[in-house]
Design a protein around this ligand. Structure first.
Ligand SMILES: *Cc1c(COP(=O)(O)O)cnc(C)c1O
Length: 393
């Protein structure tokens, strides 16, 4: 279904992209098929040779359930089109491989997901693709760090776990002037709170495993942007075999219908907990872009319409005392993911940033007392009671 171009975000989340069939089901059915039949040879050739659009083979993405969720994602993020993947890391690797060849260079700004750090720091260098990792505090030198062979500038905002916020418009403008693409991982913010393409980014990446899936019951990824940039990524996805399964695409479309109400509720509860944690005597610092005390609060207010459901805080205590706080929590499950209806907690040194050297952690401000929470959709008073009980010895 095509929605009006001026339709609101909730309307697009619910209706955009629906491929309705003749039996009257009110949204796109699950076409769990690996392949599709044609009436004759000419019909196959028309699709294979690109003269006609049609369903062909699921690994190619030519499956109505997959196309439906891709059209919905494109509409929600404001891109021409979208590709879905078997995971967020699949979306990232296909994108980087599409634009970087041996001898090319990338720039990665700020904290990034642990898997991204490994991909850029270990896997891509083995193919002759190098990455310069810059801290947010070094951004003033971006123009000097971009070289003639820099193809991609990549970052998350807000970042994990420091919740640092980067200026999408100004970074994109610098990169564009120097001929590099800006790729933003919008997993933490979601398109409800932040629209990188409208701010000047070239491509947006999601781990749909997180807020877009929203129920901790699927693994997937997506890349959204202009058709011209998506074209080369399609081949890599197809031949690396990174397609999202149709069942997962169906579940993801189900989840996207409630994205706006879910994210707004995550925003509200996280903001309430951030304020209360900031006042707690055992908490030394709270990292949440919605707090006036956040170093990039003004920037966040300008480029985000909500501040998300993620926050981190620093317990006054060592690694063991912090682990004791985490272990006392009952409603927050100890798990290394985020964005679901269930509240989750991690101590970054034990999970997401376990693989970093102590020096690298120190450089990035990831201290032993840091706790990251993904604020779920339980009643906020229950969440606060749980946190307060865990913090009070
Ligand atoms: C989880 C995550 C990823 C990786 O996604 P997977 O679906 O686990 O492959 C990438 N970026 C961010 C910000 C994430 O949180």
């Amino acid at each position: 279904m095509t929605t009006a171009p001026n339709a609101g975000l909730s309307t697009r989340c619910i209706h955009a992209g629906d491929h309705l069939d003749s039996r009257g089901g009110i949204h796109t059915p699950l076409y769990n098929h690996s392949t599709f039949a044609f009436p004759d040879t000419q019909g196959v050739l028309d699709v294979v040779e690109g003269r006609a659009s049609g369903n062909l083979y699921t690994r190619y993405g030519l499956n109505p359930t997959i196309r439906a969720v891709e059209e919905k994602l494109a509409s929600i993020e404001g891109g021409d089109n979208a590709w879905v993947f078997s995971s967020g890391m699949a979306a990232e690797s296909a994108t980087f491989l599409s634009f970087c060849k041996t001898g090319d260079h990338m720039i990665c700004i700020g904290d990034v997901y642990g898997g991204t750090f490994e991909l850029l720091g270990s896997n891509l260098p083995s193919l002759g693709i190098s990455t310069t990792f810059m801290l947010g505090s070094e951004l003033g030198r971006l123009d000097d760090v971009i070289k003639d062979n820099t193809r991609v500038v990549f970052f998350e905002t807000p970042t994990n776990p420091n919740m640092e916020v980067f200026d999408i418009a100004s970074i994109s403008a610098i990169a564009r002037k120097r001929g590099a693409l800006t790729v933003v991982d919008n997993t933490f913010a979601t398109p409800v709170n932040q629209r990188p393409l409208a701010l000047g980014a070239d491509l947006v990446i999601h781990s749909t495993t997180k807020y877009l899936g929203g129920h901790s019951d699927l693994t997937g990824g997506a890349v959204i942007g202009p058709s011209k940039l998506l074209e080369p990524i399609w081949m890599w996805r197809k031949n690396l075999g990174q397609m999202m399964a149709p069942e997962v695409a169906f579940l993801l479309a189900r989840s996207l219908r409630t994205l706006v109400v879910r994210v707004k509720a995550h925003n509200t509860s996280a903001a309430a907990l951030a304020l209360r944690l900031a006042e707690h005597p055992r908490v030394a610092q709270v990292n949440f872009p919605g707090l006036v005390s956040h170093p990039q609060h003004e920037l966040a207010k300008g480029q985000m319409s909500g501040f998300g459901g993620m926050l981190s805080f620093i317990v006054r205590g060592d690694a063991k005392e912090t682990a004791a706080v985490v272990d006392k929590l009952k409603l927050f499950s100890i798990a290394p993911s985020l964005g679901g209806v269930e509240s989750l907690v991690t101590q970054p040194i034990t999970t997401t940033h376990h693989g970093l050297t102590p020096d690298e952690r120190a450089r990035r401000g990831i201290v032993d007392g840091m706790v990251r929470i993904s604020v779920g959709l339980e009643d906020v008073e229950d969440l606060w009671a749980d946190l307060e009980h865990a913090l009070n010895p």
